[in-house]
Design a protein around this ligand. Sequence first.
Ligand code: GDD
Length: 384
Amino acid sequence: RVVAVIMVGGPTKGTRFRPLSLNIPKPLFPLAGQPMVHHPIYACRRIPNLAQVYLIGFYEEREFALYVSAISNELRVPVRYLREDKPHGSAGGLYSFRDYIMEDSPSYIFLLNCDVCCSFPLPEMLDAHKGYGGMGTILVSKVSAESANQFGELVADPVTKELLHYTEKPETFVSELINCGVYVFTPNIFASIEDVFMQRRGKAELRRVTSFEALQSATKAIPADYVRLDQDILSPLAGKKEFYTYETLDFWEQIKTPGMSLKCSALYLHQFRYTSPHLLASEHSAKRATIIGDVYIHPSAKIHPTAKIGPNVSISANARIGAGVRLISCIILDDVEVLENAVVIHSIVGWKSSIGKWSRVQGEGDYNAKLGSTILGEFGFCRR
Ligand code: GDD
């Protein structure tokens, strides 16, 4: 059997995603009309013998309760939210729920970062992993040399695919091959995380008995129960025949900024052509409005037949799009109204905003912009 765990973080994480993450937890922000975390959960359905999907995070339980029960019914996969009392790091979070995770006696455990956008080739990774052996296989991808330092950079054996060297966000260039934040492990991963705990506790103990200055520096040290998968596990175990790599040639992006959510929305909308074509709007489903390229429209949204929408547009629940409106590359959130002849381009329009008649709202299309060029906030409006 196989279990999948998705790390969703918590309110102190995802600060670069503000202001969008002030209203709802970042993992529930819609990309292509579906919550961010929906995409990895949906991909998990392709894993053979999947017993359970766990979301681990330190958001309040109630923030995920509704979503978790809805998605379990919709996908017919048991999905459960497990809440950490405080952040334990990516590996520490996994370890703190080892008893739940091992309940189904899985032979393999997938671990997925919630804030990555890719095609999640999970069954293919599992097959590759079974061929390699070892404790785990990491999904990797090639990126440009200039952007590689935002990620874990690694070196793999070109023939055996063994992970030979791993450095997290290095200052000097190591490799264009980066860690995509998607892993498959055997249960032996828990023993490796436990080893890190033991070493930390041992060191803390030693510091306590050696000197006062050392004790002071120990208070600044990482807490003993905080373990990072990358720095604390992958780096020291690289080159020991424990970890292997599986390279994806498909799309891969990290979703840290609001601007990136526009780009990732486009990637997922495009993927719907192959995975969920029924979610893409057509002129028929959009009440005769003109649809260009990939567009998602929530069934409760009201679209005027003279509106022209797309490409890369997703429109959430109860939005009202007026006569003659033009929407290009944008995310329209719940309860927004866009009045007659307004134009919205490269923008995210926040919950309950109102765009006035003949307005033009246009972002620069810079996907890495931290605050997005144009994000209209809740109750924000723009009228002429
Ligand atoms: N539950 C929980 N608890 N989740 C956590 C915690 C924690 O204490 N800390 C981080 N996460 C979640 C985040 O929400 C995110 O989904 C994932 O774990 C990784 O977050 P970080 O550890 O902050 O790393 P990062 O996103 O900056 O970089 C990691 O992912 C990149 C790929 O997106 C690294 O593994 C990089 O090497 C990698 O390239």
